[in-house]
Design a protein around this ligand. Sequence first.
Ligand code: FRU
Length: 521
Amino acid sequence: MSSSVDAALPETAPATTGWRPALHYTARDTWLNDPNGLVYFGGQYHLFYQNNPFGNVWGNMSWGHATSRDLLHWTEHPVAIACDQREDIFSGSVVVDHGNTSGFGTAGSPALVAVYTSAFKAGSEHAGTQAQSLAFSTDGGMTWNKYAGNPVLTRNSAHFRDPKVFRYEGDTGTYWVMAAVEAQHQTVVLYRSEDLKAWDYLSDFGPANADAGEWECPDLFPLAVDDDPENTKWVLIVNVNPGAVAGGSGGQYFVGHFDGVRFVPDAASLAAPAGVSALDDAAPAALRRCLWLDWGRDCYASVSFSNAPDGRRIIIGWMNNWDYANQLPTAPWRSSMTLARELRLTAEGDSARLVQQPVLDGSSGHPGANNILRSGPFELEGTAFRLPDAVSDSAQVIEADILPGNAEQVSFHLLESEDGCAGTVLTYTPRSAELTLDRRQSGNTGFHAKFPSAEAAPLILADGVLKLRIVVDHCSVEVFAQDGTVVLTDLVFPLPGQPGNRLTATGGPASVRSLTVTALR
Ligand code: FRU
């Protein structure tokens, strides 16, 4: 979190309608950061989020609220949990208390219980500390009551926050588990409870891997490896700011085992042997050995839904970076969420890796889905292949299977000007086995010195095929490569006159096996 809020836009700043995404959630006219309390209940996905109800920079932290049936079409609701004289409402999670363990609901009608961080203000009885508190809803998430016994868990720490709570069932029993952070100690702390009100300490994890910045917004959940329920591993997501692989904020994860008390990472999850900090020398090479949810600049605070249907594990991240978050050139809204992404684990060596796909199912068959190009196979060299232009009311999903063959580089030039001088370039370079996303000439990049950037993710082709799924939505490019094994997300702010999209191969011919473009609105 940044405490700098010096970049408030003047009240008269013109609305930047051209950058408002078609598919990604934005608040109508206020600021947002982390997704909070992601929960599926009553046929709806609830997205609560860090919100400033009174402005479009960070401050007055409260939980905003939106709902969706398909994770694509969102309806904004009034603020769910508001800050007051005593506390700001920092990040946290929501559970459905099916067994009415808290007593806030009834056996037949479970309450939704929010576990959030009280960031206590000067003058309050806990001033200077962050502690965990409860609020509950008995009307399906529309109105919330703070619990009179708050806070329910304090360590008298100034940086104890971001509780993610889940129901654990295993050899040690059935109970609630909370994963939270001691942010400045790069530690995830685990607690257990029978009733969500009284919490007992279980264990600590960290520091490990990327530990140069504060650890924030953890999540811990089981996933079947390659969909085999007999082979389940646990994933611990730990967001870090600054010190992520692309600079500033980012999400790392560990794969391992949780026995109801302690999380133990697989050796292959660690960038250095246990007990040795991989990053003592702050070596970029060591950072690149950590496991990253996203190799881009703009995917932070990713956490998963609780109670999601069919056992699906779906995350949403904040599509931004604390390096420049308060300065994004949009008005009256500022910041958006990433698309919802479904997670799977796939075996790799002695451990496993996450793969992610954007949840776009709600768009197929939707009247807004329009297949505007279906092409391939064809050879490409020298001349560029022109894709349909971006249009104002839609996002574009570009899907390509390409054999780079002898080409030195294969590039998608996205949101490009007619003369090719401005645009965002996604390039695969076989020789270095890297996928880069370069936004240095993407349009408006001058609002912050740290914004112009190029990000590189390692990517080794299987059978010589580059598989890309690219979602371009007005102010963002999200890339899911090799079926979601490598993900790269960057914000971009193209200027008027940059609708063009092109595909090029340089230094040799490439074969395009298939290429489709779908417009979604
Ligand atoms: C992460 C974060 C959290 C905190 C919240 C405050 O972006 O700093 O650790 O709870 O934002 O808005």
